[in-house]
Design a protein around this ligand. Structure first.
Ligand code: 5GP
Ligand code: MN
Length: 339
């Protein structure tokens, strides 16, 4: 799926605009990286720019250049609402449908602003006026680089923009281990290094910041909560609210846990079910041609990418896991023949 309105968007942005950049709930490194990189670039182009997220980002992203100006809707709803109403352009970065930005969604949808999508997820909704929607890239951050390049503005790139784009690329690809079989991704990374980023240091800032309880939660998830179903090439982990409370769960602490379930040889589908704020959050991961985007969309009202998707369910954690187990047999032959 490739869809780029680069030219229309560049034309629209050729005069000074009030631009609100929004990104998805539970923001990750790509959401924050792409949004902050776009914000710095658009400010250099003399626009007035805000960045807004529905809920807080994890602490391990707080070092990223520009986070101090990110508005969190949950903390300041009135101020945020006022800004949505002032914007004449709303940029949707790293998500494909206004439902993914919680309370900001209806405000954005009803706003008179021109709505632009910059995203790499499958199945973009039709509620945007212009789109940069490309799924064959590592990340939305990579698309931001491509956008700056298409505008002939690579001279405006600086180290801070490069750090944000690099963080987006590494966090969306498991440090360049999946969703990155693209020559261009590596060419961009090389350009980012030329701008002076320190890849090893960024890796430490993002990954070597576990609290003791986060690491123990990971250990508990694997040693106590992991269920392996070899006949379905599937492994899953469930974490109840009391599990999370016991390990003093902080935002971001469960990120990456699902990948351990997928790392077992012969496992092609992994899932993590978590009780959170009265809902059940699911993270799906898969190998090869098995699409968790379809699984999440068709059965759990979620979505994402072919190999990484998620959903939020209002059923109980037991009901959610039971539904998963009930539908698994229909995927048995697909899961048997993943390539
Ligand atoms: P994660 O498991 O890391 O939270 O999410 C994996 C991918 O699925 C991300 O690209 C994320 O944007 C997407 N995703 C996660 N939860 C949902 C959801 O509830 N709905 C949709 N449409 N996508 C989701
Ligand atoms: Mn992304």
């Amino acid at each position: 799926m490739e869809n780029t309105d680069f030219i229309d968007i560049s034309q629209l942005l050729s005069t000074r605009r009030r631009i609100l950049i929004t990104t998805h709930t539970n923001p990750d490194g790509d959401a924050i990286g792409a949004s902050l990189a776009l914000a710095s670039y658009l400010k250099k182009k003399r626009h007035q720019v805000w960045v807004m997220v529905p809920d807080p980002y994890p602490d391990f992203l707080a070092w990223m250049p520009g986070t101090q100006e990110v508005l969190v809707y949950k903390k300041q709803p009135e101020i945020c609402e006022n800004i949505v109403n002032q914007a004449d352009v709303i940029l949707a970065a790293d998500y494909n449908c206004f439902d993914r930005i919680n309370e900001i969604g209806p405000l954005a949808r009803n706003s008179r602003a021109v709505k632009i999508l910059v995203d790499h997820h499958l199945n973009p909704s039709d509620e945007f006026d212009f789109r940069i929607s490309v799924s064959a890239v590592s990340s939305t951050s990579e698309l931001v680089y491509n956008f700056i390049e298409a505008n002939g503005d690579l001279n405006l790139m600086d180290r801070e923009i490069a750090e944000n784009i690099y963080t987006g690329i590494i966090t969306d690809t498991g440090s360049l281990s999946y969703s990155c079989n693209y020559i261009k991704t590596y060419l961009i990374v090389a350009e980012l290094f030329k701008l002076g980023i320190d890849g090893e240091y960024i890796h430490r800032l993002v990954y070597d910041t576990y609290s003791e309880s986060r690491l123990r939660l990971l250990g508990y998830s694997i040693s106590h909560q992991l269920v392996v179903l070899p006949e379905f090439h599937t492994a899953y982990i469930t974490l109840t609210k009391s599990d999370l409370d016991r390990f003093h769960h902080q935002i971001g602490d469960t990120e990456g846990i699902v990948n351990y379930a997928l790392s077992i040889e012969g496992i092609n589908l992994a899932a993590l079910f978590m009780e959170r704020d009265g809902i059940v959050k699911i993270s799906f991961r898969s190998k090869g041609n098995f699409s968790v985007d379809c699984l999440a969309r068709d059965h759990f009202n979620g979505g994402g990418h072919r190999n990484a998707a998620g959903a939020n369910c209002s059923t109980t954690i037991n009901e959610t896991v039971q539904l998963f187990l009930k539908i698994l047999p229909q995927f048995q032959s697909q899961l048997n023949s993943v390539y």
